[in-house]
Design a protein around this ligand. Structure first.
Ligand SMILES: Nc1ncnc2c1ncn2[C@@H]1O[C@H](COP(=O)(O)OP(=O)(O)O)[C@@H](O)[C@H]1O
Ligand SMILES: [Mg+2]
Length: 627
């Protein structure tokens, strides 16, 4: 938020290009835009013509009426009616274009939001590593809002004002070139004054925005960290911090509005002065017979509607530039490279015929196969078993910082492979690579003998379920959240999975059982309960490969012992990668990898590693604590 507020004043980097892309977006509404153009023309045109009519009305009717005993009003009334019709057309035009622009803006914004959201779903995990939530959120909120303002107000206003200024200027020239020169001269003087005052005011407005951003950021941070604040009794301290920021905001805000406050009356008074001078000049000219009364009447009316649109244009210009800067940030997201996927191997239902040949099936058979398209157009099938191999994998999230250094390991179908090691050693990273959250060079990771880069990402991920280190629950019922693992699972299957994960008993104690609503990422559940739900979610997916990243770290030892049976059942017949904090849970693994600093320093089963009397032995016997 804070960053966004300050950046709100950034001008677009590439104005022309951004505006061009914007035009493409609204070009869906070509016909409506043409109507808008016509409506704006008729709206400002009606004003201009209406004012011009004052001249004949004054000259031909009002002036001759003066002193006449019984004037013929028919012509006058006809003129007034005409005036009425013209202004009505203007009102209709204004209504039409505002209504249509509303349509265009809401429609365009909807499309932009959809495009942005859809595109975001295609972006790689890496993108979310490098962009904060707040930053992404502000594109959907602040930037979109600025754009709404620009489409529904800014653009039609600028268009309208420009036509008015040009039209009025031409009409004034036609009426009286001499008076026009006078008006323009005074206007330049006025604008100069405004600029002088306005410039300082803009600086204070900028300071105000900056201060506001800091205040908002502070509030946001303190709301999020409320518990920590309380734990360390920092309430008074943070109040002082807030006080300080708030005072800066108050001061900046006062200065900004002081100048803005002076500006308006000055402008107002100056325009009266200008009006009076023009009227006086007109009167002198009329006395000398250079100009008639009707012309002065019209002309004076025009001068009143001349300066207003000029200030409008300069104001709207700022808000448009601001909106375009926001649009540029939106396009920045749309231009992000989507997650690449060159993989073509798909997961299909399969069956084996009598000679052991694998063929594709159209119905679930309980057997899956990888369907590989060969270069010569033929397809071949490889049974999905869950054999995972890493060969000399070296990887880093950012350049020049290797996290994994030459990791090799294999997991045969049905094996349980455990990773142990200190925090930050690289355990989660290994699993991030196996399901292609991040890419590794070709040929380094093989799944059932196939290079994982050749496997379609969605199918690869479908073949493995993951219980992530930080569980995430969605708004919805408990049942919905379990079913997230496999959308076509029946209620019965979900409950079965919950029982397997030992989540059933606590779910039954929730106010509405499986129909209890979970909100705000499961804040109404304990950390351990959330993990149990995450395990149930993985169980319902029923995949051949299972990755459990500290899945039971927040579950107490007693409950863990209780679910151990269920977990064992869940792991049965699957290839499982398990990262565990508590070493007791990995004892029965087929192979245990001890990872330190991105390297596997020891490997083997529990007995091997105990006999080795190395790192694992130290960890297990408690000589070394897992950090
Ligand atoms: N998304 C990321 N971007 C950059 N560095 C990361 C990212 N995730 C993890 N790391 C770094 O990689 C190293 C290994 O992390 P990780 O695999 O999560 O460790 P752990 O063994 O605790 O699961 C750590 O030094 C961590 O700082
Ligand atoms: Mg981890």
């Amino acid at each position: 938020m804070s960053r966004r507020r300050q950046r709100g004043f950034l001008k677009p980097k590439n104005l022309g290009k951004t505006f061009g892309r914007f035009l493409k977006y609204i070009s869906d509404y070509k016909l409506q835009l043409i109507i808008v153009g016509v409506a704006i023309l008729s709206s400002s045109g009606a004003n201009i013509v209406g004012v011009y009519l004052l001249k004949p009305i004054i000259n031909e009717y009002i002036v001759p009426f003066i002193g006449s005993k019984n004037p013929d009003l028919t012509g006058f009334i006809r003129m007034i009616l005409l005036l009425g019709i013209i202004y009505l057309t203007g009102i209709l035009g204004t209504y039409t274009y505002s209504r249509l622009m509303l349509n265009i803006s809401t429609g365009t914004l909807k499309r932009l939001r959809v495009d942005m959201f859809t595109h975001m779903e295609k972006l790689p995990v890496k993108f979310f590593d490098t962009h904060t939530h707040g930053e992404l959120m502000s594109r959907f909120t602040n930037d979109i809002d600025a754009l709404r303002e620009m489409i529904s107000n800014g653009i039609p206003n600028i268009f309208n004002s420009t036509i008015t200024v040009v039209g009025v200027f031409i009409m004034m020239l036609i009426l009286s070139p001499l008076l026009t020169i006078l008006v323009v001269f005074m206007l330049v003087l006025m604008l100069f004054t405004v600029r002088k005052i306005g410039g300082r005011s803009a600086m204070y407005f900028m300071k105000q925005q900056e201060a506001l951003g800091k205040v908002n950021g502070y509030i946001e941070e303190m709301i999020e960290g409320q518990k920590v604040v309380k734990v360390f009794n920092r309430e008074e301290k943070i109040k002082d911090g807030f006080e300080e920021l708030n005072e800066t905001l108050r001061a900046a805000s006062t200065s900004a509005h002081t100048f803005a406050g002076i500006l308006m009356p000055i402008m107002g008074n100056l325009s009266y002065v200008q009006y009076a001078i023009t009227a006086a000049a007109g009167a002198i000219m009329a006395v000398n017979g250079i100009i008639d009364i009707g012309t002065i009447g019209s002309f004076l009316q025009y001068t009143r509607s001349f300066s207003h649109p000029i200030t409008q244009i300069s104001q709207q210009m700022n808000s448009i530039l601001n909106a375009l800067a926001g649009l540029e940030r939106i396009f920045e997201i749309l231009d992000q490279e989507p997650e690449e996927d060159a993989g073509s191997a798909e997961l299909v239902y399969a069956q084996k015929d009598r000679d052991g040949m694998i063929t594709e099936a159209s119905e679930p058979t309980g057997m899956w196969a990888w369907k590989i398209k060969n270069g010569d157009g033929t397809v071949s099938y490889i049974e999905l078993k869950g054999d995972v191999r890493l060969e000399n994998v070296t990887f880093g999230y950012v350049e020049n910082k290797t996290v994994l250094k030459g990791v090799s390991l294999y997991a045969k179908p049905g094996q349980k492979i455990a990773f142990v090691g200190s925090t930050g050693a690289g355990k989660t990273t290994v699993t991030n690579l196996i399901n292609r959250f991040y890419d590794v060079p070709d040929g380094k990771i093989k799944y059932d003998g196939i290079d994982i880069n050749q496997i379609k990402k969605s199918d690869l991920r479908r073949s493995m379920a993951m219980v992530l280190q930080d569980t995430h629950l969605f708004t919805g019922t408990v049942m919905d959240n379990i079913r997230y693992g496999r959308l076509d699972a029946t209620d019965q299957e979900c409950i079965q999975a919950a029982k397997l994960a030992n989540a059933h008993s606590f779910i039954m104690h929730l106010p509405e059982g499986y129909n209890t609503l979970i909100h705000a990422d499961g804040s109404n559940l304990s950390q351990g309960q959330r993990q149990l739900l995450a395990i149930a979610r993985a169980a319902v997916a029923n995949p051949p490969v299972l990755i459990l990243d500290e899945a039971t770290s927040s579950i107490d030892t007693r409950t863990e012992a209780l679910i151990q049976k269920g977990m064992d059942k869940l792991m049965e017949g699957r290839t499982v990668f398990v990262i565990a904090h508590r070493l007791s849970t990995v004892r029965n693994a087929d192979a245990i990898m001890v990872i330190e600093n991105g390297e596997i320093i020891e490997r083997g089963n529990h007995d091997d590693l105990m006999a080795l009397k190395g790192r694992y032995y130290q960890l297990y016997t408690g000589m070394l604590e897992l950090a």
